[in-house]
Design a protein around this ligand. Structure first.
Ligand SMILES: CC(C)(COP(=O)(O)OP(=O)(O)OC[C@H]1O[C@@H](n2cnc3c(N)ncnc32)[C@H](O)[C@@H]1OP(=O)(O)O)[C@@H](O)C(=O)NCCC(=O)NCCS
Length: 274
């Protein structure tokens, strides 16, 4: 059995989307990727189609790794092998290949997120020296009941939310929650500011609003600014729901509906894995 590798930029985005859809067809989270969605991910999440690659088994495309890159760090944004080629070491070969490429580019860390219940992937990553660095949790629940008066509420540029996150230098945010990603969001996503508290919302006009980012500038902490801001932006209609993707500590009514671990290969890629 011979493995070879093709950059996604040479393989083509339509065949890549099809291969990813086949490889994730039995995955717990259902989705259908398209070429426009891949371009969107390239813009928002810094996916690099030259660094992303397809693994071929005896010449047949069998799996894909979508790689994102920022500075010295790369991220495995998606990685999967089609069912008929699983357990033949294609996944391991693909990961070893992208790690070797990252090392050759001079990168120092590789990060990824994985569902803690995904035993095959967790075993694969841990065998390649990825270590758990934090647990990510999503929450969903009803919006706060009752609007509070918020005279200072103003719509803000999404980049202002990004700047508030980036000011938080002590925290190494997960990739998709980082200021760099939030800075790439554009309308119809919206942002609001209230007295040094910032929020970025997705689907703000829909029945289920996603809080994509929430930040309070340092001096304003522990003064309920975030609570006032969330009350101010949630409002009617009744039955409005707020969902928070992967980044908020939950209040008592929050419902944890998915758990993911964030893994980081802390050993610099440049040091090799031996
Ligand atoms: C995770 C996945 C990519 C592994 O691909 P694969 O080609 O089957 O993996 P390999 O044959 O290279 O196995 C590599 C290691 O993974 C682990 N592994 C793979 N399948 C496993 C399984 N069914 N149960 C337990 N461990 C498994 C083992 O540690 C294995 O090492 P070993 O062969 O020395 O025991 C594949 O199962 C897949 O595509 N799953 C669906 C998509 C997915 O979950 N992607 C990851 C999202 S973060």
């Amino acid at each position: 059995m011979a493995f070879s590798f093709t950059p996604v930029s040479g393989f083509g985005l339509v065949p890549t989307a099809e291969l990813i859809n086949r490889a994730f067809a039995d995955y717990v989270v259902k989705f259908q990727l398209t070429e426009p969605a891949l371009w969107q991910a390239a813009r928002l999440d810094s996916i690099d189609f030259n660094a992303s690659c397809v693994v071929n088994v005896d010449g047949t495309p069998a799996g894909v790794a979508l790689m994102a890159r920022r500075g010295w760090t790369s991220r495995v944004a998606a990685m999967a092998v089609v069912p008929e080629f699983r357990r033949q070491r294609a996944g391991r070969a693909l990961m070893e290949y992208v790690l070797a490429e990252a090392k050759q580019r001079g990168e120092r860390a590789m990060v990824l997120e994985v569902l803690t219940s995904n035993t095959p992937a967790v075993r694969l990553y841990e065998s390649l020296e990825f270590r758990r660095v934090r647990r990510l949790t999503s929450y969903a629940g009803p919006a706060p009941s009752g609007l509070l008066p918020a005279p200072g509420l103003a719509e803000a540029d999404l980049r202002a939310v990004a700047a508030a996150l980036i000011r938080e230098e002590a925290i190494n945010w997960p990739w998709q929650l980082s200021g760099e990603t939030i800075a790439m969001l554009t309308p119809p996503h919206v942002a609001y500011e209230l007295d040094g508290a910032w929020v970025a919302l997705v689907n703000a006009a829909g029945p289920s609003v996603t809080i994509r980012a929430l930040a309070v500038d340092g001096p304003g902490r522990r003064t309920e600014r975030a609570v006032r801001l969330l009350h101010a932006v949630s409002g009617p209609p009744p039955g409005h729901r707020l969902a928070c993707e992967r980044h908020l500590a939950g209040g008592p009514r929050a419902v944890d509906h998915r758990r993911r671990a964030h893994a980081r290969r802390t050993k610099p890629v440049a040091d090799g894995r031996a």
